[in-house]
Design a protein around this ligand. Structure first.
Ligand code: NAP
Length: 245
């Protein structure tokens, strides 16, 4: 379904990002594998190549606009087009508000919210020129419902949802769609770091009775990137086993 398309996936060395890169590649896309962790990005690029697709590695920070513009220019130079942008890179620096430092606040907002802005801005001009683009932002259920100990992260994710809707409205006239996914509790390194009590509390709130897998998220992102989703824009799709409804 994505034969000939070029996709950039940020944070693609991580749990969800690597599953997205593999899913889009298995559908035919060429992939720019972006991650600050360069060896992790290289390993995922090798997996993409093993699927018979081309890959490029980029180790720039999503919060660095010039680096993201250079990444997009590199993809355009090699492949001539940039069709799909998946803003997935992320970090957590959890702390209750009372104890949260300015550094913890600034860093999480910079990677998630500024990062999504920089990457979206970097692809906007080429996508407008080619009159085609699929931008998919990875938000979170906590951007909708809040989460104690995650003021920085939940504010960033809520901001990403608002950014998604504005991007969708601004770019719709050029056949560029922008949607967000809001995963719930997905088994990755990010959720491994949560203590057993928080984990149990999350699991008790999932009607489908199991944590999500990175592939559950990757499948929906593949759908949003595919022609089947051509008439969908500005939406937030929850991938959370029914946690938020
Ligand atoms: P992960 O395994 O930690 O992957 C995140 C990746 O992003 C890491 O490889 C990380 O590299 C990279 N990264 C961090 N800062 C970056 C930057 N400035 N530029 C480029 N790459 C950067 O976490 P994940 O669970 O797959 O999360 C992926 C996305 O899903 C995140 O946006 C997260 O907020 C969202 N999400 C996750 C869950 C969940 O339950 N896991 C739920 C809802 C939403 P380093 O290793 O070098 O930091």
């Amino acid at each position: 379904m994505l034969e000939g398309r070029v996709a950039i996936v940020t944070g693609a060395g991580g749990g969800i990002g690597s599953a997205i890169a593999r899913r889009l590649a298995s559908s035919g896309a060429k992939i720019v594998v972006n991650d600050l962790d360069e060896p992790a990005a290289q390993a995922v690029a090798a997996e993409v190549e093993a699927l018979g697709r081309e890959a490029m590695v980029n180790a720039g920070s999503v919060a660095d606009l010039a680096a993201m513009e250079a990444m997009v220019a590199g993809a355009l130079e090699r492949w001539g087009t940039v069709d799909i942008m998946v803003n997935n890179a992320g970090i957590t620096r959890d702390s209750l508000l009372l104890k949260m430092t300015e550094e913890q606040w600034d860093l999480v907002i910079a990677v998630h919210l500024r990062g999504a802005f920089c990457c979206t801005k970097a692809v906007t001009r080429p996508m407008m020129k080619q009159r085609y683009g699929r931008i998919i932002n990875v938000a979170s259920v906590v951007g909708v419902m809040g989460s104690p100990g995650q003021a920085n992260y939940s504010a960033a994710k809520g901001g990403i949802i608002a950014l998604t809707k504005t991007t969708a409205r601004e770019l719709a006239g050029r056949n560029i769609t922008c949607n967000a996914v809001a995963p719930g509790f997905i088994e990755t390194r990010m959720t491994e770091a949560l203590g057993p009590a928080v984990r149990e509390e999350y699991l008790s709130r999932i009607p489908l009775g199991r944590p999500g897998l990175p592939e559950d998220v990757a499948n929906v992102i593949h759908f949003l990137a595919s022609p089947d989703a051509d008439y969908i824009t500005g939406q937030v799709i929850h991938i959370d086993g029914g946690m938020v409804m």
